[in-house]
Design a protein around this ligand. Structure first.
Ligand code: ATP
Ligand code: MG
Length: 176
């Protein structure tokens, strides 16, 4: 209807500066190879230089159970036992990254699973040495990111600029 079109145009005019943005959170793990070689700081800087905010971070020695929660989807594959052994072999850096399209952006700056195939300038090309020693892990989708973050962080450890957990909202409104 003509009246509908007029209303729609006027509304759109009011919203002409609005951008559709998808701010996401994702999980990064700086793996034992990169941590033991002292590349943790350089890798964290890559995230920040690429517009990803570090909203939670901690050094941790993962248990076998924790690694199984993250990589259990690969159970039965030839590299699985080595992966479990490697990921529990020394401390890792766990980080929650936040930003526009954070999941895809993190995967992009990580590079290919095999550092030899990763584009120059990516984290894996610069700090990884083989497919099974590839410096970093990144969640491969928003749902996986939520699951992986929930496995490894408490709500209170995450200082997101966009996400206020529901229980915090209740807490705040109860206090106000
Ligand atoms: P990640 O999940 O660690 O971010 P990815 O998503 O690029 O890596 P996946 O297919 O999920 O790759 O594999 C998980 C991990 O298993 C890899 O990071 C690597 O450590 C190991 N892996 C995968 N494929 C191989 C392989 N062909 N040979 C040895 N290790 C492998
Ligand atoms: Mg993966």
């Amino acid at each position: 209807m003509e009246s509908d079109r007029i209303i729609k145009d006027s509304i759109l005019k009011d919203f002409r500066d609005l951008k559709i943005m998808a701010i996401e959170l994702t999980l990064s793990i700086i793996k034992p190879d990169a941590v033991s070689k002292g590349h943790m700081g350089e890798i964290l800087a890559r995230f920040e230089k690429n517009g990803l905010r570090i909203v939670a971070a901690k050094v941790s020695l993962l248990s076998r159970w924790q690694v199984e929660q993250i990589y259990g989807i690969h159970k039965g594959r030839p590299f699985y036992q080595d992966l479990l052994q490697f990921m529990t072999s020394g401390p890792v850096m766990l980080a929650v990254l936040e930003g526009e399209d954070a999941v895809a952006k993190n995967r992009e700056i990580m590079g290919n699973t095999d550092p030899h195939l990763a584009l120059p300038g990516t984290i894996r090309a610069d700090f990884g040495t083989a497919a099974n020693r590839n410096a970093v892990h990144g969640s491969d989708g928003p749902d996986r990111a939520r699951y992986e973050i929930a496995c490894l962080f408490e709500v209170g450890e995450i200082y997101s600029q966009i996400w206020l957990p529901e229980r915090e909202r209740h807490h705040q409104s109860a206090g106000s």
